[in-house]
Ligand binder design. Structure first.
Ligand code: PHE
Length: 345
């Protein structure tokens, strides 16, 4: 009996050694057969009862050896299988496949348009100047030659801060002109981009908040011709070298003479007809020679210095550049709209 049991163990050890499962399923079969809850060795452990006392120890060790052999074999086979699976999947990896695209952020069309305008002027020597959006009455209106009872204030009605007739949300970036002229000496060559506010009913063409870029150039002997040439240069850089401009007489309290500048947009497409109202000309900005009174208000000698200023709405330029037909799209922050500008820098 005892011999038989020893032989059975020998046979099982042989069997364990000869096994070579090559798939995960075959390995599982191996595990069930030799290490599972009803494994082939269990019965042989039970047989120790029938072994003569003096050989019990030897027998126990032998069965144990068989068990350990099964465990070691299982471990080795498992590692082998895992390694070859890894190798197989590495072979399937296509290193030439394009990567997963990362979601890219985008500059807002207003920011990219503003940057574009600013860069054009920076290249010809203007520097960026900034001022507060909550402004006082003096910088926004009075210094700009628009005293309290001036009718031009009606066109730029704004929001006043509670309990104050002094502090308001600036209606134009012209307030930065006053801030610069009172704090710097000529020559002054600034470009002032920023957000402005007006008490307007919101529609496809108007909003109670929008953005402007203002320019100011003050030095000795600055002429209207200098202004015209500077603005022509800007237009060609911004909209193309073939573009032409015209200046129409206009009125602003802080410039004299004043003008509106139109760009010849052409009448090639239906959109050209629509946006230029059939004339081919498109109004882009307001400009003029700085009124001597404004220079005086800000402590600059008008007999020695002269200058020009201009201001333009950025939304309008962005709408032209990107063919946007409703100004509200620029403020709603709808990602589906903004995503279209991912490639714009
Ligand atoms: N501040 C004017 C406006 O908001 C624009 C302007 C600026 C006109 C500078 C002339 C000179 O309408």
């Amino acid at each position: 009996m005892a011999h038989e049991a020893f032989d059975k163990i020998k046979a099982i050890i042989k069997e364990i050694e000869s096994q070579k499962p090559e798939t995960a399923e075959a390995l599982e079969q191996f595990r069930i057969r030799f290490l599972g809850s009803k494994n082939a060795l269990k019965e042989l452990f039970g047989e120790i009862r029938n072994v003569a006392n003096e050989r019990k120890k030897e027998y126990g060790q032998f069965v144990n050896e068989a068990k350990m052999a099964a465990e070691a074999k299982f471990k080795a086979l498992k590692e082998e299988l895992e390694a070859s699976a890894e190798e197989a999947s590495a072979q399937q990896l296509d290193l030439t496949a394009p990567g997963e695209p990362l979601p890219l952020g985008a500059r807002h069309p207003i920011a990219s348009t503003m940057n574009r305008i600013v860069r054009i002027f920076e290249r010809i020597g203007f520097v960026v100047a900034e001022g507060p959006e909550i402004e006082d009455d003096w910088h926004n209106f009075t210094a700009m030659n628009t005293p309290e009872d001036h009718p031009a204030r009606d066109m730029q009605d704004t929001y006043y801060l509670r309990n104050s007739t002094e502090m308001l949300l600036r209606t134009h970036t012209s307030s930065v002109q006053a801030r610069t002229m009172t704090s710097q000496k000529p020559p002054i060559r600034i470009i002032a981009p920023g957000r402005v506010y007006r008490n307007e009913t919101i529609s496809a063409r108007a909003h109670c908040q929008f953005h402007q870029v203002e320019g100011l150039y003050i030095d000795e002997d600055v002429s209207f011709a200098d202004m015209k040439q500077t603005l022509l240069h800007f237009t060609k850089e911004m909209y193309g070298p073939e573009k032409e401009i015209r200046l129409r007489p206009s009125y602003f309290p802080f410039t004299e003479p004043s003008a509106e500048m139109d760009v010849y947009w052409g009448l090639e497409t239906e959109t050209d007809y629509r946006i230029t109202k059939g004339t081919g000309w498109l109004e882009i900005l307001g400009c003029g020679m700085v009124d001597p009174q404004v220079l005086e208000n800000c402590g600059i000698d008008p007999d020695r210095y002269s200058g020009f200023a201009f201001g333009m709405g950025i939304e309008r330029q962005a709408m032209l550049l990107y063919n946007i037909n409703d100004i509200r799209l620029l403020f709603e922050n709808d990602v589906r709209f903004l995503k279209q500008f991912t490639s714009v820098v």
